[in-house]
Each structure stands twice: as C-alpha cells, then as structure tokens.
Design a protein around this ligand. Structure first.
Ligand SMILES: Cc1ncc(COP(=O)(O)O)c(C=O)c1O
Length: 417
C-alpha cells in the first residue's frame, strides 16, 4: 500500500480534529504586537497563551537590539556548524554569561530546546547506562529516550516512593552492565505547573550514585529569588549535574542552552549531533539573547510584576472554587469536567463573547472527560485583565454546569463569522 494513503487513513490523535479545529482551536493566528491584547480573526482579545513570562518579547531594548543586530549581521552569519566555521566570540560570551548565571562552570548553546534535549540524552548515555525519568516528562525527553538502546525506568509523576523503587531496579541493571544512572526531571512541569521534586530527588544521590539532568524550560527566569530557576527555588541548584533551558519562554526568543561541569560541556560540544551537524545560531539570536539575559538579571521588577499577576490570578480563581490542580509556578491550569465538544463550545464562547483567548487541552493530554484551560500570566498583564478573565471563567463554568453546552455538538468553524 502507498505510504501516503496509509497515513491519510489515520491522521493521529490530534490530527483527527484538523478539519473541525484548524484555524480556530488549532493553528489560530494571533496578530499584532505581542502583548496582553492581540488580534484574533480581526478582533482584539485578552491573550493568556504566550510564554512571554517577563514581557521581554516587546521590551523596547530587546526590539532595538534585535533590529540592530539583524541590520548589522543579517540572518546568515555565522555560516556553518560551530565546530567547522560557525564560532564567534559572542556565542562564547553568551555561554559564559549563561553558565555564570545558572552557577555552572560552562554552558553550550543549542539551536532549539527540543532537538537539543534529544541530543543531550543521546550523547550523554550509551547502551550500558540506565535512565530513570518522570512519567510526565516533556516530549523532547521522551523522544531523546526513544534513541536510548539501554534500559530505562519511568517513575510515577513526582512520586518519590515510586522514584526510589525504579532507582533500585536501575541500580541492579547498572551493576550488571557496568553502566551509570541518569535521572531526568523537569523543574516546572509545563502543563500542570507543579515543580519537580528536585530537592527530594537530589537527596537520594549519595545512596544511589546517579547524575541528575533537569529541563527547566518554564523555571528559568521565573523561579527562585534571582530567577535562576527551580533549583534555586528549592536550594539545590548545585545538585543539578546537567541544567537545561530554552530561550523560547522567559527569554522570548529562540534557541536553548545546556550547562554543566567544564569537562562535560566540552564532551557535549564534541559529541552532540544536533550541534555538530547543524548550522550555528544566527548572530541576531545570540546578541538578542545577551540583551534578554541582561534584562532578566538586572530588572527583577519584571519577575516581581509577573508574580503579582500570577498570585492575583491564582488567588482569585481559587477563591471562586476553580480547581488549579497542583500548580506552584506561573503556569495556571484550570480543570473542569467535560468532553471535547463541550470544551470547544466553552472555548468558543470565551473567545467570542468574552474576548478571552487561552489554550485548551483535552484528551489524550488530560484524562477523558477532563478539560484543562491553560493560562500563562505575564509581566505585561494587568490586575484588570485578571478581574475580567475570572468573571468570564465564572460565566462559562455556569454554562458548562447547567448543561448549556451540547455534549455532542462541535462548533462548525467554517460557519463562524
Ligand atoms: C519542558 C520543555 N522542554 C523543552 C521545550 C522545547 O524548547 P524549544 O521550544 O526551544 O524547542 C519546551 C517547549 O518549548 C518545554 O516546555
């Protein structure tokens, strides 16, 4: 049978909604300046779905640096991979500054967080090594592990009893193979907003002798007294052996980095296939990241403002009996009961009647009959935005609970004016 035919027979768990949802629930176009209010289908909406935590996306100094760097270097420079012809002093400067900020000896830039993480895992372990990882790990961790030829053990999300049990299995296997153990967790889990128990995990290091890799995509810049991340918030930054974050969230850019001991970073530089066989980050992204990092470090008021909005939003939602699950970070999930058709009608009404734009997550990411509306507060939101949003949420929850949304009907997007 033809490969194309086979694929088109089954679009997959997300793709099967494409016809009904594309352009509205999936692949929506948000236009205008990145801010708390943007244009969706010609109308202004209050937007809660961008990871622009510190509001750096449109900070005037960031915009100026991005523009000047692009004018000076274009998007091509430097050509080639870092190892061959893509090295510059600014790439190295950014790495030194990132390493110093996250309290590691050295760091290395990655073109994307996703590929970077896959490649870190791929180069850090071989078939003799054993991995122990959290069951709610991000796709980039799961996909990195798909390439692992050795054993892996998954522990129940943030369950230290389950973690230790899996560690025991891992220890047993590692003793037989002569390999080591790599433990992987996230700092902030990006869907539910709870923190990885990095402190508790690190507490078992001596007993089981493992190395700890933490993906802190949502924690970098948002968590800890100075924004270093979840390790700082839990007082165990020094226990993280390999620290990873992307620039796609609080840095409002693109690219990522990995930080660790000098020797390990040197090892990764010479073995990480995503960087050896791919072009170096373009200069505007490097200079733009240097500016973003400077602001992240020197303007704590941005993080303070973020947390003012986070606390106001989460407090007001909880006060109105919304279930926010286990969040301890800016990520604000709101759990409601209902199926996908109800989710679609509720989201539609939020957007069209109340002009509130947020992301909706449904099965298979959350259990069947659970809806998760996911709000990302930022430093550019206001307390009025919080008020307006919580009132809209109360209204749509009333509609959901009183059965206003049909359990079978999925709004026809092509009919929406
Ligand atoms: C936890 C986590 N890790 C990695 C990534 C991937 O980063 P990037 O967007 O730079 O590929 C993301 C999302 O962007 C993420 O949420």
């Amino acid at each position: 049978m033809d490969i194309f035919e086979r694929r088109l027979q089954n679009y997959g768990p997300i793709g099967k909604w494409a016809e009904k949802a594309d352009g509205y629930f999936m692949f929506p176009k948000l236009e205008g300046e990145i801010s708390n209010r943007m244009i969706f289908r010609g109308k202004e909406k209050l937007v809660w779905s961008l990871n622009n935590y510190l509001g750096l996306a449109n900070h005037p100094e960031v915009r100026q640096t991005d523009a000047e760097a692009t004018a000076k270097y274009g998007l091509a420079y430097p050509m080639g991979a870092r190892m061959m012809s893509g090295q510059t002093e600014y790439h190295q400067q950014l790495e030194n500054e990132l390493a110093a900020f996250v309290q590691k000896e050295a760091s290395y830039l990655l073109n994307f967080g996703y590929q970077g993480m896959v490649s870190i895992i791929d180069s850090l372990i071989d078939r003799k090594d054993v991995v122990v990882y959290d069951s709610e790990s991000h796709a980039c961790i799961i996909d990195g592990l798909r390439m692992h030829l050795g054993k892996r053990f998954v522990f129940q999300h943030n369950d230290i009893g389950s973690f230790e049990k899996q560690l025991k299995h891992a220890q047993h296997v590692a003793e037989q193979t002569g390999g080591g153990i790599l433990v992987i967790s996230e700092g902030v889990f990006g869907m539910a907003g709870d923190l990885g128990k990095i402190d508790k995990i690190a507490g078992l290091k001596k007993k089981y002798n493992f190395r700890l890799l933490v993906d802190d995509a949502h924690g970098f810049g948002t968590m800890g007294a100075t924004g270093i991340g979840t390790g700082e918030a839990q007082g165990v930054q020094d226990q993280i052996d390999v620290y990873f974050s992307t620039f796609a969230k609080s840095m409002a850019g693109i690219g990522a980095f990995v930080a660790s001991d000098k020797n390990i970073i040197s090892y990764l530089q010479h073995n990480m296939r995503s960087q050896i066989y791919a072009k170096s980050l373009p200069m505007p992204l490097v200079l733009g990241s240097l500016k973003r990092l400077e602001l992240l470090k020197t303007q704590p008021q941005l993080r303070e403002k973020l947390w003012t909005i986070v606390n106001a939003l989460q407090h007001k939602l909880r006060e109105n009996d919304f279930n926010l699950g286990r969040t301890e970070s800016p990520v604000t999930p709101v759990f409601l009961n209902g199926g996908i058709p109800e989710a679609a009608q509720l989201t539609y009404e939020l957007r069209e009647k109340y002009n509130v734009f947020c992301s909706i997550v449904a099965y298979p990411v959350v259990p069947k009959d659970v809806l998760m509306l996911r709000l990302i507060p930022t430093a550019v939101h206001t307390l009025d935005d919080v008020e307006e949003t919580v009132n809209a949420f109360i209204a749509v929850r009333n509609n959901l609970q009183s059965g206003k949304y049909d359990k079978k009907f999925f709004p026809d997007i092509s009919m929406i004016q």
